[in-house]
Design a protein around this ligand. Structure first.
Ligand code: ADP
Ligand code: MG
Length: 254
């Protein structure tokens, strides 16, 4: 069997005395789209932040592409990564947040070429060329020179996706990418994500868009209280949830 791109084994995370992740087990294969659903405070964002090296886990193990997050292996010894090494690892993973997090003083193009040039050392000309291709892909080639304030929320989020893709990530994490958008702008962002999934990108998507999860997700994980309470194919989760907590949650959001 091929090695999963993400493997979580009994991942636990605490903030002070509060255990926020209580033993998460999850395996995400290459090219797979896993949607994380669940009530506010259940640990969805924290789990994504752990995958993206933004938080350290307290116990268990978390692997991306076969490498233990936060550590480097030499022979059979493990060494904790230095900050610069962590940053390099993080650069291999794309993350899209609810609130876009674009650089407001930079144009769309500058936003996209920033990291490829300064983190990866790409030539400006190559970065610009790729940025233009990506902007075409998200339907925003006409906005190359615009500033974020001149864009709608949906357009900003599509730029944020293009910016993440500019780093040629091996996987993409989405944390409620459409939650801050006016309803009429949600579809254009989901369309871009759908195309990305069809293109074979491995994705973990925290979302309240149950239609998207059902249609695009290969699997859905329902989180509650720091645990994955139920996991399975979207049809099984949405049409025949086994756990009372899943049923209660779905009855409120569907
Ligand atoms: P979700 O994304 O599912 O809404 P989060 O992962 O954001 O949940 O939060 C899970 C729990 O961890 C919540 O109770 C939240 O208050 C707590 N939490 C999140 N981040 C921090 C932090 N930096 N310090 C302390 N507690 C936190
Ligand atoms: Mg969250």
């Amino acid at each position: 069997m091929q090695q999963p791109l993400i493997l979580a084994e009994k991942v636990s995370k605490r903030y002070g005395a509060v255990e926020v992740l209580k033993g998460i087990d999850l395996s995400v294969a290459r090219g797979e789209v896993v949607c994380l659903i669940g009530p506010s405070g259940s640990g969805k964002s924290t789990f994504l932040r752990c995958i993206n090296h933004l938080e350290k886990i307290d116990s268990g193990a978390l692997y991306v592409d076969g490498e233990l997050i936060g550590y480097r292996r030499e022979g059979n010894k493990l060494y904790e990564l230095k900050d610069a090494e962590v940053a390099a690892k993080r650069a291999e993973i794309g993350m899209v947040f609810q609130n876009f997090a674009l650089f407001s003083h930079m144009t769309v193009l500058e936003n996209i070429i920033e990291a490829p040039i300064h983190v990866k050392g790409e030539r400006r000309q190559d970065a610009v060329e790729r940025a233009r291709t990506l902007l075409e892909r998200v339907g925003l080639d006409s906005k190359v020179s615009a500033y974020p304030r001149e864009l709608s929320g949906g357009q900003k989020q599509r730029v944020a996706i293009a910016r993440a893709l500019a780093m040629r990530p091996k996987l993409m994490l989405f944390d409620e990418p459409t939650s801050a958008l006016d309803p009429e702008l949600v579809g254009e962002v989901l369309d871009v994500m759908r195309a990305l999934a069809a293109d074979g990108m491995t994705m973990v998507v925290v979302t309240h868009e149950m239609g998207f999860a059902r249609e695009v997700g290969n699997a859905v994980a329902f989180m509650d209280g720091g645990r994955i309470v139920e996991y399975g194919p979207p049809r099984a989760i949405f049409e025949n949830p086994q756990q009372a907590r899943t049923q209660a949650f779905l009855s409120k959001v569907l």
